[in-house]
Design a protein around this ligand. Structure first.
Ligand SMILES: Nc1ncnc2c1ncn2[C@@H]1O[C@H](COP(=O)(O)OP(=O)(O)O)[C@@H](O)[C@H]1O
Ligand SMILES: [Mg+2]
Length: 332
């Protein structure tokens, strides 16, 4: 390699693998036979940038739009509006063979691996399937690769000929992770990957994910309704509320100095690492408003203990500096 190309490689090493700009996703849903169809804004204008080996955690209550964002980032559903780029290549409007190739670079792991593994297929067939569809590897090469990946997720070669029901929840999630890795993706979107697992198994799967991230240089988008789950694995945290981002910052800042009242409320609900340290608890009351009829002003204002008149009238924009962004009139 010449010096010039070495430099070029080094310079692009930390270039973002995933970028979203003002991503929007709306769904038209019918509301009964007499109701006019309504428009749900599941994701309303989200921007992000993710570098290799980094983890962006996306947190928020159920219904805040996390899975919808995840499906767009994983190229499962196209955005209604906005732009998405993978390794610098704009994905918007890409289709056919090129889209198929790009899709290989982003894989998704879901909360319930039992639902995503075919019960009638051996683990080996499940792991080999992406290779059958996307590569021209010979049968023995596919087999070798499946066994290798099983080992990397902590399972044994004899597991290959077994069926999903013969495994524990934690083992099934390991298998789902192995399948996601079969095509050498650069990005994995993990949607509540440990939420269905026993607490005792969670840490093991999280440690496995951290190891695989380093080994394969993966970028993670890690979706969770529970902030405490992302405490160790996240580099940056994006807090979503009703389809939008209310706060986005490096993990340390989110946990040590949360600025948005909603982030503080989510933190109040998680176990305290240092019980000796006093902190102002914000208890969340009420429910997430209907995405059909978001409240005027700040979408969090009906539940916010600090809301002032301005919060009910004017929507706060996400703003800040040095990667610390907040959408709150009172956070400055
Ligand atoms: N395919 C869909 N059709 C209609 N509405 C949807 C669809 N997917 C999600 N939604 C709505 O979008 C909002 C966000 O959902 P979702 O992304 O699943 O949130 P989360 O993963 O944070 O729980 C919810 O109000 C949900 O009902
Ligand atoms: Mg979800």
């Amino acid at each position: 390699m010449t010096t010039a190309t070495a430099l070029a490689t080094a310079a692009t090493d930390d270039a973002p693998v995933l970028e979203g700009h003002d991503l929007i996703k709306t769904y038209e849903v019918s509301r009964g036979i007499f109701g006019k169809p309504g428009i749900v804004r599941a994701v309303s204008g989200i921007s992000l940038s993710l570098a290799p080996r980094k983890t962006l955690a996306v947190v928020g209550e159920s219904g805040s739009g996390k899975s919808t964002l995840g499906r767009m980032l994983a190229l499962i559903e196209p955005p209604t509006d906005g732009r998405l780029a993978i390794a610098g290549e704009d994905v918007t409007g890409v289709y056919g063979h090129r889209l198929k190739t790009l899709r290989r670079s982003v894989q998704m792991v879901f909360q319930n691996p039992y639902g995503s593994l075919n019960p009638r297929r051996t683990i080996r067939a499940t792991l080999e399937e992406p290779l059958v569809v996307n590569t021209d590897l010979a049968a023995d090469e596919r087999h070798a690769r499946a066994l290798d990946m099983l080992a990397r997720v902590g399972l044994r070669p004899e597991h290959a000929e077994r069926y999903p029901h013969m495994f524990s929840g934690g083992q099934r999630q390991r298998i789902a992770i192995a399948r996601a890795l079969m095509l050498n993706p650069r990005i994995i979107v993990l949607d509540e990957p440990v939420s269905a697992l026993d607490v005792s198994v969670r840490a093991q799967v999280l440690n496995l994910l951290a190891d695989l991230q380093q080994e394969f240089g993966l970028a993670f988008v890690f979706v969770s309704h529970d902030l405490s789950v992302v405490r160790h694995i996240a580099d940056d945290v994006m807090v979503m509320y009703l389809g939008g981002v209310v706060e986005q910052a490096p993990k340390e800042a989110i946990f040590a100095d949360p600025r948005h009242p909603y982030t503080r409320a989510l933190l109040s609900a998680t176990p305290v690492a240092d019980p000796g340290r006093p902190r102002d608890r914000i208890v969340l009351t009420g429910e997430l408003p209907s995405p059909f009829a978001p409240p005027p002003g700040c979408s969090f204002n009906p539940r916010c203990p600090m809301a002032i008149d301005r919060c009910r009238a004017e929507k706060p924009l996400l703003h800040g500096e040095d990667g610390r962004l907040t959408a709150c009139h009172l956070a400055d």
